[in-house]
Design a protein around this ligand. Sequence first.
Ligand code: MD6
Ligand code: FE
Length: 217
Amino acid sequence: MTADLFESVVDVLPSREAMAEGAVLLRGFARRVEAGLLAALRGIESQAPFRRMFTPGGHQMSVAMTNCGEAGWVTDRSGYRYDAADPESGRAWPAMPAAFCELAESAAREAGFAGFSPDACLINRYEPGARMSLHQDRDEKDFSAPIVSVSLGLPAIFLFGGAKRSDKPQRYRLEHGDVVVWGGPSRLFFHGVAPLAEGEHPALGPKRINLTFRKAR
Ligand code: MD6
Ligand code: FE
């Protein structure tokens, strides 16, 4: 009984794991605000639905995306960019909810990047089989700001490489409520997500949602 209680407490206690210089995994950091995040997400989705975008090479991504904040990340045949308007509707992206901003700012502070003020939040939705190939995040203007990445729903294997595409990635299992903060010397490291395994999450069903907060402009 006591051991069970201890284990369930350990399970929800935030902890910190260094991934590289400038990159830290804050396990469970978003758990305390998950209800607020999920409620805000439903509002965003109703204004700017998830859609599977096309890469400049003409491939449709397996991950569905939307955005909130002043700038949204988009890709189409003409390239990758940040745009103030949702190309599907022509309207501004939904505003960044306070619950999102506060979480991103506090996670960044916890990781040693005080004063992080994101203007963009890319929201990725993975269903079983969806993946993201190794890439760098380099469409932002200022690489001195970190990226804060929040995982919700089904677990995924996050591939975290190095400065060169050929650097062998380490594998991290990211679970519901885990936050990765990533900046400084590893800001431009290659990374990706392995194909999502089948599963059913109690709050989100057969899906993983990833929020990545950036200072884009
Ligand atoms: C994902 N994340 O976890 C994809 N990029 O669904 C990213 O591409 C990413 O998690 C930069 C920093 C953190 C990330
Ligand atoms: Fe990325």
